[in-house]
Design a protein around this ligand. Structure first.
Ligand code: GLY
Length: 359
């Protein structure tokens, strides 16, 4: 098992990564169990296969456990849904000692984390991510949030979990596109912080995507978690270094918005965004042509879908409206080399347009 620590003083917490960890959870969670009510928040399609099994295992080990489900997809992040979760918790006589287990992908983590941050002014929660994207990204770092009709994640809190339990065996039931989407974020970690990891991933992408090597998969996930943990430990509230996690995200988010959220998976959009960011890095002289080609060829190890035709001007308009444009300044993440990201405020609209043309 790999154990990584997010270092945040008295709010520090471990990330455990181990294939088959789900079966060990009663044992691992025993240190947090003091007779309180535990509530597993999950989604219907996960409740049957995993949620009920986890609840039974915990009950057999003297945990008091209940299971709540939220709908699949972004609709679960409506405030009205969150309100009904608070009501469920009250009906179950939950109090400040209650601990939430967030069993699912990014939506479950965001909602369960937000409920934990706000119910009774904050109760403990533990992330049990079931998608690759959640394992390496959204379960770590404490950003929680829900949506308003005006936009996604407009209401939220930074509220850290007590632990993150990653079982890569969940990935066996994940569709290939979701896996590819997750590996785009894994490649991102290599690109921004760890050159050797990036090359290793490129070399082994086929076997990683086939889930054919448990140890290699565990190590790739753990290495990604370690990079995210180190960045969050250094900059919890995105005052500086945490910005490099947005590599590929400025253009990626704009592509998600302009193509309509269900055309591209998040990681696929980020992969296209990283391609553009790499291209801009070369055009501005941050990296040479060889480095750019190495970067591009490795990203294309991912079986990405065909990008629907986009109008670069419309994408650009979306970027300028994006929340990363702070006080009129675009903070754009570029590569100084593979494995080293920098934040630049010098990327112009023309640079962005030229990059969008390559897609
Ligand atoms: N929960 C995701 C993050 O804080 O980055």
């Amino acid at each position: 098992m790999n154990t990584i620590q997010v270092e945040l003083g008295n709010r520090s917490y471990p990330i455990w990564v181990k294939p088959g960890l789900l079966s060990d959870l009663p044992d691992k969670l025993q240190i947090f169990n003091h007779g309180q009510q535990w509530v597993i928040i999950t989604q219907p399609f996960l409740a049957g296969e995993y949620g009920s099994r986890l609840a039974e295992q915990l009950k057999a080990n003297d945990f008091r456990v209940a299971l709540l489900t939220i709908p699949k997809g972004e609709q679960a992040k409506a405030l009205s849904r969150v309100e009904s979760l608070y009501e469920d918790l009250l009906r179950m006589k939950c109090d400040r000692s209650t601990t939430i287990l967030a069993l699912g992908g990014g939506v479950v983590g965001d909602v369960a984390g937000f409920v934990a941050a706000t119910f009774m002014r904050g109760i403990d929660y533990i992330q049990v991510p079931t998608t690759l994207l959640a394992m390496v990204d959204s379960s770590i770092g404490g950003k929680t949030g829900v949506n308003l009709p005006q936009g996604k994640n407009l209401v939220g809190a930074i509220y850290q979990p007590k632990a993150v339990a990653v079982d890569p065996h969940f990935l066996r039931s994940l569709p290939l596109r979701e896996l590819v989407s997750g590996f785009a974020e894994v490649l991102k970690y290599g690109a921004i912080r760890d050159r050797e990891f990036f090359h290793l991933l490129g070399k082994n992408m086929e076997i990683l995507l086939s889930l054919g090597d448990d140890q290699m998969l565990e190590d790739a996930i753990a290495r990604s978690c370690a990079i995210k943990a180190a960045i969050v430990s250094a900059d919890e509230r995105e005052g500086g270094m945490r910005r490099i996690l947005n590599f590929g995200h400025t253009i990626g988010h704009a592509l998600e918005t302009t193509t309509g959220y269900n055309v591209l998976r998040h990681g696929e959009a980020i992969a296209f965004g990283m391609l553009c960011a790499g291209f801009i890095s070369r055009n501005l002289g941050f990296i040479g042509s060889d480095e750019w080609e190495r970067f591009r060829d490795t990203l294309y190890q991912l079986p990405l879908p065909e990008l629907p035709s986009i109008d670069p001007e419309v994408v650009l308009e979306t970027i300028t409206l994006d929340k990363k444009v702070q006080a009129g300044t675009l903070h754009f993440v570029l590569l100084e080399e593979i494995g080293k990201a920098v934040v630049s405020t010098d990327v112009t609209e023309d640079d962005l347009l030229e990059a969008l043309e390559i897609l």
